[in-house]
Design a protein around this ligand. Structure first.
Ligand code: ADP
Length: 246
């Protein structure tokens, strides 16, 4: 069985600036992988590499056993970018239309069947935004917009959800509900990769952790991460000051 994501020895630089240095990691079906690291540590870059939005300078990346260069199953991936919470750039479509767009990957724009519409309605229900179905996406709050994009990914029957700091600008209650939703989607078999700056959220929810600071400091299960020094090493608070004994 192949991995959902298989990254081998991947490096990437913006000009002279190395953002990802020789990183290897895999994401298996059903994983909830938390991708953490300090600001500017290459998390978004690594996510973009894994989704084929950037090409690595070296190394190889496979999605669902297929090289990312020739990957042609985009409907299997739902991506909620960091910009998704901001109002700018969203089309003035309704939430229902936005979610139905998730079906366009399967059928042409003008060919939505009753079954496609039913799947879209189900997705609205799953993420609990039926009450927002007729509102325009660009008039939603950040948290509501995140849900609309998740519903669109569900409508496209994505197997992998990639989320880049999805709760920035979302209030605490909605944030909690949002992470419960992610848990239930993961329990239903959807593989999740989540960039999140709140490490407590990640260690509570994720079964696997990748901790990077340009290089990879940890890749493995959450328990072994919590017991390791990877966090302090990657975040630069290592060494004699913290650990010295008299
Ligand atoms: P993170 O998501 O962990 O905050 P990023 O992947 O966004 O980190 O950035 C990694 C490094 O690459 C940072 O030093 C950042 O300044 C740099 N970087 C990110 N995007 C660009 C870009 N488009 N052009 C040049 N440098 C970039």
């Amino acid at each position: 069985m192949s991995s959902v994501v298989d990254i081998q020895n991947v490096s990437f630089a913006y000009g002279e600036q190395t953002a990802v240095d020789d990183v290897s990691l895999t994401i298996e079906e059903g994983d909830f992988l938390g991708l953490i690291g300090p600001n500017g540590s290459g998390k978004t870059t690594l996510l973009h590499l894994m989704l084929g939005l950037l090409s690595p300078d070296s190394g190889s990346i496979e999605l669902f056993g297929q090289s990312v260069d020739s990957f042609d199953q985009g409907e299997r991936i739902g991506y909620v970018s960091q910009q998704a919470t901001s109002r700018g750039g969203t089309m003035p479509v309704t939430v229902r239309e936005c979610v139905r767009m998730g079906r366009f990957a399967h059928v042409g724009h003008s060919r939505l069947t009753d079954e496609d519409r039913r799947i879209a309605e189900e997705a609205l229900e799953t993420v609990d935004i039926m009450n927002l179905a007729d509102r325009r996406v660009n008039q939603l709050s950040g948290g509501q917009r995140q849900r609309a994009y998740i519903a669109r990914a569900l409508a496209s029957e994505a197997d992998l959800l990639a989320l880049d700091e999805p709760t920035v600008g979302v209030d605490a209650d909605s944030r909690d509900a949002f992470y419960q939703l992610l848990d239930s989607l993961n329990n239903a078999g959807i593989t999740i990769v989540l960039i999140e700056h709140d490490i407590g959220v990640v260690t509570d929810r994720a079964n696997r952790i990748a901790c990077i600071n340009t290089e990879l400091y940890h890749h493995g299960d959450t328990e072994s991460f919590v017991e390791s020094d990877a966090l302090s090493e990657a975040y630069g608070t290592t060494g004699t000051v913290v650990h010295h004994h008299h």
